[in-house]
Ligand binder design. Sequence first.
Ligand code: ATP
Length: 431
Amino acid sequence: MEKIVSLCKRKGFIFQSSGIYGGINGCWDFGPLGVELKRNLKNDWWYNFVQTRDDMVGLDASIITHPQVWVASGHVENFHDMLVDCKDCRKRFRQDHLETERCPDCGGELTEPKAFNSMLRTRLGVSDDSSVETYLRPETCQSIFVDFKEVYSSTRVRIPFGIAQIGKSFRNEVNPRNFIFRSREFEQMEIEFFCRLEEEDAWFDRWQADIWKWYLDLGIKESGLRWYEHPKESLAHYSKRTVDVEYEFPFGWGELQGLANRGTFDLTAHGAHSGKDLSFFDAEKNERFVPTVIEPSAGADRTTLAVLCDAYDEEEVSGETRVVMRFVPKLAPIKAAILPLVKKDGLAEIAEELEKKLRRKFNTYYDQAGAIGRRYRRQDEIGTPYCVCVDFETKENGTVTVRDRDTMEQTRVPMDELADYIGMRVSFERD
Ligand code: ATP
């Protein structure tokens, strides 16, 4: 884990937020490469689960909502962590994260648990008496329920269908830890899929299969993934069934995504609380009902961390250690590096011109500094799948070498075919 954290900082993937002020606990910044990686991941999710399906639509709702949303959802009453303090060293822990009844750090005696609401509060408005207290959303899904009617009456969707949203969520986690795994500000990728009660199990199974396949398509090794079924007695207040996808991080197994059958809990609660009818009218069957909800709820940051951990590789090449980030090409921050073999003899000019042309199609990087072997290594370390070298033969016949990051094999490709040659290999498109 230390190697990954250090590579992320050194190469500009992820660093501590507000670092020059000593950092702020539980908040992270995605640097130039990190933002590309995470954006590719979110775009791939959107492409897979929204754009290429005919039973899904998208939403981008506000982070700050009416405070009653969180009363109706049960968060004001139930979104608590039980906290205990060590009477000796004063450290604070989440009770459900403890494996012993005494302090895991010093062995001291713990206090009785106290409930602590994890929602981040804020105030809207400027005057003391008219400002309203509300929350930064702790999950993206509630606005999907609140907007359910707006969506289905403004589009032609019919049940079964789903609404997807990607966006920031905030939780005042007691112990943010394990790098970006548990932070206080993070991004979720959530789907609420509305179906009929009699089809709930079939849709649950279908989503379970679709989610699993998505992780494999991200290049994550199947041996590093597993399902965890929540025992009935520990289910959240809204859930009829929950299974989690877990990944084996260097610090142990951790949840990447939850898949829950939320039944009719949320639409019923918001309907009752707002006084608005949130049922669905099926005109064909002339029937009104509150749909059942299957919810795949994933974290973009945790998945990015899983991708980083899974991609990290070290190997011996000619007596040196080669560090390679083996990202699947569609996720790699930079798709191709364009490298003139030497700066002189007009090679740099050809390479620069080529890079300018290619950058309109996908992310590229131009590098002419240092020995070619070093430049290849720099790209390996950030997971660039293709290195294009402009050499003397280029001047003769217009071909360049394309070096594959994983096999290190080189193929000669005509320059005018390069955009297609690389473009095809780095796109989201599936068969
Ligand atoms: P945990 O038990 O680890 O606290 P959770 O079960 O509360 O997570 P959910 O409410 O199911 O998480 O949220 C859905 C997803 O959002 C999680 O699977 C995870 O990927 C992501 N997520 C939740 N909390 C955090 C956090 N503090 N930091 C980063 N990602 C998070």
